[in-house]
Design a protein around this ligand. Sequence first.
Ligand code: AMP
Ligand code: ZN
Ligand code: FE
Ligand code: FE
Length: 274
Amino acid sequence: MRVDLHTHSDRSDGTDSPGELMHKAAAAGLDVIALTDHDAATGWDEAADAALDAGVRLVRGIEISTCFDGTSVHLLGYGLDPEEPVLRAELSAVLRGRFERLPRMVEALQSMGIDITVADVEERSDNAAATGRPHVADVLVDKGVVATRDEAFERYLMPGRPAHFQRYAVELFYAVELVVNAGGVAVLAHPWAGGSRHVLTPDVIGRLASAGLTGVEVDHNGHDDAARDRLRAIARAHDLVVTGSSDYHGQGKVGFDLGCNTTEPREYEKLFAR
Ligand code: AMP
Ligand code: ZN
Ligand code: FE
Ligand code: FE
């Protein structure tokens, strides 16, 4: 059984529709696939229909934008009810923060002489509930300002670059509580990829486990072998489930193919036995 527990559709910053994604998952030999768009569950229904058709099992998930110690941290929630009122209000606040950030990013780029409008980005992210920096990057690629999404982040969109602005995110421990209260299980996404590595110390991961965290995404392309070994040991010490996943974004991220990392069937069963 091949299980991939972290993927994105065009409901956030992936490039496949939820339906296309389910068919590609089947073609990639996956048995179980989680759809985990950023801060939104708007792809679940289309994915569920297509999953039946394609013969894959869908896990309904969301990758929630959270913050800890001033740093962005991603939290995966599975099997949660996105209509649970408190969770729903927090996700709305995150999506609102994304919309309010967009004109500021666009103005910053315009002030550098780049020809880009909010409408350009909205058109590029037509199907998305969660509009993000990757959509701005795609417009910059379309216009020939940069060659790739990566280059757009490197030059303009990363923290410290001129078109980067903070947006609202849910406090990490509170987000874990919200996922659990909404009937779901919480898994820390790629904890040691990028900036979150510095704030998600072994001690903090232990405290999250005590606060209701169920698992840690260990096998992820953002982690080298040493990070994976160390995270696996930390997970074991706190009886946390170990997951692995692609973080597939379609054409939006090169080298993150469906099934490039997978979750052991035993760990997958443990995740949902709780
Ligand atoms: P946002 O949610 O709008 O703040 O954008 C964050 C998303 O951008 C992440 O979830 C990644 O999928 C993507 N991302 C972050 N850094 C890069 C990069 N260097 N190149 C391409 N995509 C990136
Ligand atoms: Zn993403
Ligand atoms: Fe992420
Ligand atoms: Fe992701």
